[in-house]
Design a protein around this ligand. Structure first.
Ligand code: PLP
Length: 562
């Protein structure tokens, strides 16, 4: 069935960003009243209408289980599903569609290789090589394997620009190395690794190489034949397709020698209690009913990418990255993290003296969606000695005008957050004014709950016993940090109401000098009616939180004066 022209993959004669944007319905909306600017493409890409339609069309017109049904719908669904395997093989230049295994995403692809090829080939004392810039999904599966087999995980170091040390890599390869697993393009630094050279060096010693192409796949053409990689994994949702579907490519000779991953229907040839035989590849690795709708929509995402002038799209993305990097580096306090000469359209940065999350939330108020934190690459953050970065990642549908809004937002956030001059009494008055809008305690209560729901999540690593506040009925954790003489608080609780109280306290006390925190009278608590409405246990809990914040202020102040 051919979709109506409104839903078909458009024919893009020329690369025209403003025209292309119309294919992505999400981009047409506003966030907090401002035009949405989506710079979180490395986390997941937006989906063109044709992909969304492919999903709804499958469920509304030919939903059926595949391969074993003889009826009309099943035949139709099987055909649509099977066609995509060939499409993927062609897209990445695999020798045959047997080399294409459908998985949930990059993470599952890597886990599959670790659990089959890895278990089969790695023994005690063997080594697996990864790099210092891997996503957690290309670290943890190998750590699990190494723990099980008493093998050793070796790490290729990188320099301050985020470039891998190829000489160090070459010297890591030896007769004990059973696999190299390496990211093509780093999601947190943007570095594009010289994967062909990396594969070549390993192959000279007969070592197979797996490539994590999660980021690369949407930006540049991937040719597994040319790369000569042994395995390669990517996720549909990062290449305009749906979530829950991805691809593992493996050289046929490897796949044929590997044991199955999971057991169940589809992956067997015949089953008896005496002996079960397995299906041929790729089905041997696809137990159970597959993700039919998402495979079909992945095929449409590939059609969409093929409809683009990919060279022009890549150039546009790189142009955005270079423009953003230049403009950001001109801003006071901004430090770019990841300055490799070969980079994809990812800009990671910190603003000295500012918390990345604070900046991310401020940019969000301007409609700009960026990602903040460690981006599932904690070792990268450790390498640079930072807790996290602000990351803007661009796709071909982003514009230079959008980058200008990001830059203006960063500039403003620096002035706004860093130069915070609003005094504690001023903030208290603001809060009192907000609560005066409500007549009833129920409305005030609901507002506090709303504040609690919006409280940023406290990193799990801070939810430790020593951060727990004693005297609260609910569990409450409070973490404090000093930056440039001011104390910043973050906190969490298992009670949403308490989180609301915390949100108010943080608004008043966080970002203030220790002495001002110690002097704070916090009259707003009575003024908004807390004291008369709070149960005794809750009131005691609130008092304990305030006491703890003041104790932190005292401790930090004595450190400063010591
Ligand atoms: N590898 C890299 C480089 C990534 O950026 C990501 C996701 O951000 C992954 C692996 C994991 O992908 P998924 O969560 O889709 O399995």
């Amino acid at each position: 069935m051919k979709p109506s022209p409104a839903f078909a993959v458009p024919k893009h004669q020329v690369f025209d960003v403003l025209e292309l944007r119309k294919d992505f319905p999400v981009l047409l909306q506003k966030a907090h009243g401002k035009p949405l600017i989506y710079f979180d493409n490395a986390a997941t890409s937006q989906k063109p209408q044709a992909v969304i339609h492919a999903l709804t069309e499958y469920y509304s017109a030919y939903n059926a289980n595949i391969h074993r049904g003889v009826h009309f719908l099943s035949q139709k669904a099987s055909q649509a599903f099977d066609d995509v395997r060939g499409k993927v093989a062609k897209f990445i230049h695999a020798a045959t569609e047997k080399e294409i295994i459908f998985v949930r995403g990059t993470t599952e692809g890597i886990n599959l290789v670790a659990a089959t090829f890895g278990r089969m080939n790695v023994k005690e004392g063997d080594e697996i090589v990864v790099s210092a810039m891997e996503h957690h999904s290309n670290i943890v599966p190998w750590q699990i394997l190494c723990e099980e087999k008493k093998a050793i995980l070796k790490v290729i170091p990188m320099d301050d620009d985020g470039v891998l040390d190829i000489n160090a890599y070459a010297s890591l390869l030896n007769s004990k190395t059973k696999l190299v697993s390496i990211v093509h393009t780093s999601n947190s630094l943007g570095t594009i690794n010289p994967v062909k050279e990396i594969i070549n060096l390993a192959h000279q010693k007969g070592i197979p190489v797996m490539i994590d192409a999660a980021q690369a796949i949407v930006h540049e053409p991937i040719d597994v034949h040319d790369l000569d990689c042994d395995f390669l994994a990517f996720s549909g949702h990062k290449m305009l397709g749906p979530t829950g579907i991805g691809v593992l490519y493996g050289k046929l000779q490897h796949l044929e020698s590997m044991p199955p991953y999971q057991g169940g229907g589809e992956m067997i040839h015949s089953v008896s209690f005496k002996q079960t035989t397995y299906n041929e590849v790729p089905y041997k690795f696809e137990a159970g009913t597959p993700n039919i709708a998402d495979v079909i929509a992945l095929g449409t995402a590939i059609d969409y990418l093929n409809s683009l002038d990919r060279h022009a799209a890549l150039n546009h993305e790189l142009g955005l990255m270079e423009y953003a990097s230049l403009k950001l580096s001109e801003l006071e306090g901004v430090k770019l993290i990841g300055t490799a000469p070969e980079k994809a359209s990812v800009v990671s940065f910190v603003i000295i003296g500012l918390n990345a999350l604070d900046v991310g939330m401020y940019l969000d108020t301007m409609g700009v969606a960026v990602r903040t934190g460690h981006h599932c690459t904690e070792p990268v953050m450790d390498r640079f000695g930072i807790p996290g970065t602000i990351r803007a990642s661009f796709m071909f549908y982003n514009t230079y005008a959008e980058v200008d809004v990001l830059i203006a937002g960063c500039e403003k956030s620096y002035c706004f957050i860093k130069m915070k001059t609003v005094t504690i009494p001023e903030i208290e008055n603001e809060i009192i004014g907000e609560f005066e809008l409500f007549d009833e305690w129920t409305e005030k209560y609901e507002y506090i709950i709303e504040l609690g729901q919006k409280l940023p999540v406290l990193d799990e690593k801070y939810k430790i016993e020593e951060n727990k506040i004693k005297g609260c009925q609910s569990s409450v954790w409070l973490h404090s940090e000093v930056r440039e003489g001011k104390i910043y608080f973050e906190a969490d609780s298992d009670s949403t109401f308490v989180k609301g109280e915390i949100a108010l306290l943080i608004r008043v006390l966080s970002g203030q000098k220790p002495q001002d925190i110690l002097d704070a009278q916090l009259g707003f608590i009575d003024a908004i009616g807390f004291r008369q409405h709070l149960a005794m246990t809750r009131a005691n809990g609130l008092a304990s939180m305030i006491k703890q914040m003041k104790l932190y202020a005292l401790a930090h102040q004595s450190q400063q004066t010591a």
